[in-house]
Design a protein around this ligand. Sequence first.
Ligand SMILES: [Zn+2]
Length: 466
Amino acid sequence: MTLQLFNTYSGKKETFVPQKRSRVTMYVCGPTVYSYAHIGNARPPVVFDVLFRWLRAQYGRDAVVYARNFTDIDDKIIRASQESGEPIAAITEKYAEIYRQDTGALGVLPPTLEPRATEHIPEMQALITTLLEKQHAYTEQEHILFRVKSFAEYGKLSKLDQEEIIAGARVEVAPYKHDAADFVLWKPSSENEPGWKAPTGWGLSGKGRPGWHLECSAMIEAAFEETIDIHGGGQDLRFPHHENEIAQSCCALETGNVPLARFWLHNGFLNMGKDKMSKSVGNIVTPNELLKSWEGEVLRWALLSAQYRQPLEWTDGLLEQSKKQLDRFYRVLNDLSDVEIVNVAMPTRVAEALNDDLNTPEAFAALHSLRELAVKATGADRATAKSELLAAGNLLGFFEADPGRWLKGRAADKALDDAAIDALLGERAAARKAKDFARADDIRDQLAAASVIFEDGPEGTTWRRG
Ligand SMILES: [Zn+2]
C-alpha cells in the first residue's frame, strides 16, 4: 500500500504521490512567538514530524523540504512587548529558541527551513501590489483588504457557506471593510508600533504591517515558488487562516487557478478533559512545564496515542499510561543491550499503519507485537527482533534514550543527579563503617525524599529512582 492521506480540501483519503520524487514539499504553520506554547500547540509539530520522517524514509533524507515558520510580527507580540517593556526582537528570539528546544525534547526534527515573517516583508508587499493590480484587494482608511467576493473558490477548503463565512468574519467588525467577509492584508502601525513604509503606489501615508494570513502566503512563495505538495496545521487554522492563504496565493499567481497546495492536512483538537485548552478558560499546560517532570518521549507518545485527525483528551492518566508503555519497551531493550543491531527492513505492519493516514495507534500496536517477538526470540533471532523494534521505534521518534538510564528514571527533574546519588551512597557507607549512624540515617532520608530507592547487597549498594 502506498501512502494515503486525508485531504481536507477534497474531504477524502487520497493516494499521496509528490509532484517530484526528488523534491517533496511541505509547509506547516508555526507558532507566534510571544509566550510559551501550550501542549495543544505541540500536537502539530509532533504529528507533522511523523509525516516528515516517513516521507524522508521513502524519498530520501534530502528530498523532503519542510518549512515551518515563526510568526514574529503580530498584535499579541506587540502587546507583550508593551506590557513587559522588553524589545520585540528579544521576545521573539527568546520564545523561538524555547520552542526549538521544547519541540526538540519531544523528538521533533528541525525542519529544513524556518522562515520568519519579518524577513519576508518585501515578498508580502509584492503580493499585495499584485492583488491590488488585479482588483482582488482595495485600500480603505489606511488599511488594505482582500475582497473575498472576487475569489469564487472562497470557502472550498472549510466547506462553509457564505452565511457561515460572514458569521466567522464578523468577529472582527471594522468600518474599513467593504464586505463583512473581507480580511486585512496590511494595517497601519502607530508611532510606538513596528511598521514598514508602504510602496508609493498603495496610496498610504504612514507605516504599516502585514496581516497574519498574508505572512504564510508570502513565506510559502519565498520558500517554494510553486504549488506545494502538503500544507499542514491545526484544525482551528482551516478557517479563516488557511482559507485566506488560498485566496491570496491563488489570486496573486499569474496563471490564476494554480493551487497553493495539493494536500491540506489538519490535526484535531487537544482537549483538557472535556474542554478545549485555552488561555481564557485558564487550563493551559505547557510542554516547557511538563518536561520538568516527564521525559520528552512520554509526551510524544501521549500526543501520538490518538490518530492525528481525532480529538485527543489530555489527562495525567494519559501521561502515566504512556510512561508505563515506554517502560515496557525499555525493559526489553535493556535485556537485549548486549545484542548487536543488524540491517532489517521496516516491519510491514508499521509501514502499513503509517501509510493509512498516519495511523499511529495501529503503529503503536505493531510496536508492541515487535516487543513481544523480541521477548520470545532466541539465538540469532534476537538480533533481528531487536533491530526491527528499534528501526520501527526510531522511525516514530522513540527509544532514543539509553535503556539503562531510562529505567533509572529522570536525573534532570530531581534535585539529585546520578553523580550526587553515588556520592551520597559512598558517604553513607563511610558513615556506617565509622558507626556514625545518625549521619547514615540522614542520608537515607535525603535519598528517600528524592525518591531514590536503594538496596544494600553483597556487591555493594544498588539504586534506582522510584
Ligand atoms: Zn499559516
